[in-house]
Ligand binder design. Structure first.
Ligand SMILES: [Zn+2]
Length: 99
């Protein structure tokens, strides 16, 4: 008699339950800090007992860190003097007035 291969997979607990999927969806908001506090608590509670979700959160955070590293830093607001200097460059009046 051939052993039924399906039996093995059936005995394995599904890695991601339906709840996990909801958690996965909420995790990006959680990392962004836009998740409502109440959902946050549920999420943490789930994470404390769910390794796959915890690993997912970990990889998500690492990904975000990488994004932050490679993101070009936004230019700081220009001071008045710098803005005037830029204006001079743009209007071709570089180097001040010539006599
Ligand atoms: Zn989970």
């Amino acid at each position: 008699m051939r052993p039924r291969g399906l039996r093995i997979t059936r005995n394995v607990k599904p890695v991601h339950s339906r709840e996990c999927r909801a958690i996965f969806a909420a995790l990006s908001e959680f990392v962004d800090g836009t998740l409502p506090a109440r959902n946050c608590r549920e999420l943490r509670q789930h994470l404390s007992g769910c390794k796959p979700c915890l690993q997912y959160l970990d990889s998500l955070r690492k990904t975000i860190d990488l994004c932050r590293v490679y993101q070009t830093t936004p230019a700081p607001p220009l001071s008045g003097a710098v803005r005037k200097a830029f204006a001079r460059v743009l209007t071709g009046k570089v180097g001040g007035r010539r006599s």
